[in-house]
Design a protein. Structure first.
Length: 158
């Protein structure tokens, strides 16, 4: 199996993850200033954190994600290396307001198959302005309740 490359996908640079790049904060609807239509404008000198160290679940090898789940195609950035109350979870962030229904359905089926809980987020927008990120969970009832009871945040940190 060939090693996957980002190619035309720049979802992680487009502000869908909460991070700082060279002191500038990224957040939903606020892309990295170095993000271009052809990729990263400073790719060779990009910082170690978060740029070089971040790997979405589609790029990780081996990845359980099929080819059509590349972030710019499925509408979500998916990561498998997150913890919730010390347990492994799959975390998905939309590349817009919401994760598309078919992508969320695939992720829920994956969660059922692997018995790994899923957390996904939704970007709350009012009057065209990003307000906050809301989380939801899929898994055992106690897990879902714990995700629902967390305070609103300003995005998923990477």
């Amino acid at each position: 199996m060939p090693i996957r490359q980002c190619e035309t996908c720049t979802a992680c640079c487009e502000g869908w993850i909460n991070a700082k790049v060279k002191g500038k904060k990224l957040r939903p609807y606020k892309a990295c200033k170095h993000c271009t239509s052809k990729g990263c404008g400073i790719y060779l000198s990009r910082p170690a954190r978060p740029c070089r160290s971040f790997k979405c679940g589609w790029l990780k090898q081996p990845s359980p994600l099929p080819d059509h789940m590349r972030p710019n195609e499925c509408g979500a950035i998916i990561v498998f290396d997150r913890k919730w109350a010390r347990a492994q979870v799959t975390y998905a962030m939309p590349t817009g307001e919401r994760i598309p229904d078919e992508t969320l359905a695939w992720l829920m089926a994956y969660s059922r198959k692997t018995k790994i809980p899923l957390i996904w987020s939704e970007n709350i927008v009012e009057n065209g302005r990003y307000i906050h990120t809301k989380r939801a969970g899929y898994g055992p009832p106690s897990f879902i309740l714990s995700v629902q009871n967390t305070p609103k945040d300003k995005g998923a940190s990477m």
